[in-house]
Design a protein around this ligand. Structure first.
Ligand code: NDP
Length: 252
């Protein structure tokens, strides 16, 4: 358990499933107030109810991070309910692999607009909260969920890898602006993790290939990644674990 999380005000994107859901649960179980952001309102309502039943505080806020107006409206709702946010977990993402030769501009746009520009929209909406909280002496965190795909490349995942490499470099660059203002920036790079991420792949061979990877090695769970995020955001505010690269033991 992470007692220093009590009283923090968190926003978690992609909270409808996978790592985002697990992170939201962990933060709430440790006493943070958590705004749950994703598109599927029903999932968020269910999660908010579960967190509430477990004695935690959560607010379901349906948002599409590819839409700036939607993100701004969500940020206003969060601030109206909870006040200043001091912890942002930019976790929402999509992975849509296909050979580059397929020329799937639709998938490329969705990945770039969600994984990279979407994260930027959320950062834009909450940076003033984070710097304000830090200036008031509170611990402030920006956590970006990138991927091992930002370092390790394999065929058919080029655009996904590019979005994640971009996010990893964005995290490193933002530290130079936000670190001096006492806002920590942490970049998380998980390996193979059991979630819904692969469910949107529309290339049957690549869906099968990913299934084979999960069959070959015991993957991380969403809770494993959430636990590491909980650990890093509960250090003393002078301590910034800037990069968390975590792999299943058997993943090369
Ligand atoms: P999931 O698919 O379970 O979670 C992704 C979440 O993002 C969903 O809750 C989804 O909710 C949300 N989301 C997607 N698009 C949008 C959007 N436009 N606006 C708002 N929310 C959106 O997968 P994971 O938990 O695995 O993914 C979390 C992060 O982890 C992603 O960034 C992914 O790239 C990264 N990652 C995953 C790895 C893995 O092996 N699983 C490995 C390395 C990194 P909804 O559909 O309701 O909007």
């Amino acid at each position: 358990s992470y007692p220093t999380l009590a009283g923090r005000t968190a926003v978690v994107t992609g909270a409808a499933s996978g790592m985002g859901e697990a992170t939201a649960r962990l933060l709430a179980a440790n006493g943070a107030r958590v705004a749950l952001l994703a598109r599927r309102a029903g999932r968020l309502d269910e999660l908010a109810a579960k967190i509430g039943a477990d004695g935690g505080q959560a607010l379901a806020v349906a948002v599409d991070i590819t839409d700036q107006a939607s993100v701004d409206a969500a940020a206003d709702r969060v601030r109206a309910a909870y006040g200043q946010v001091d912890l942002v977990v930019n976790n929402a993402g999509v992975m849509l692999p296909n050979p580059i030769a397929a020329g799937r501009l639709d998938e490329w746009s969705r990945m770039i607009d969600t994984n990279l520009t979407g994260a930027l929209r959320v950062i834009r909406a909450f940076t003033a909260d984070l710097t304000g909280a830090a200036a008031a002496g509170r611990t402030a965190d920006l956590v970006n969920v990138s991927s091992i795909a930002s370092h390790v490349v394999f065929p058919d995942y080029a655009v996904y890898a590019a979005t994640k490499a971009g996010l990893t470099q964005l995290s490193a660059a933002l530290r130079t602006e936000l670190g001096p203002r006492d806002v920590r920036v942490t970049n998380v790079e998980p390996g193979l993790t059991e979630t819904e991420l692969g469910g949107h792949i529309d290339n049957p061979e690549l869906a099968e290939q990913l299934g084979g990877m999960f069959a070959a090695i015991p993957a991380l769970t969403a809770e494993d990644v959430a636990d590491l995020i909980g650990y890093t955001v509960s250090r003393r505010r002078e301590v910034n674990l800037r990069q968390l690269l975590v792999l299943p033991t058997r993943q090369a």
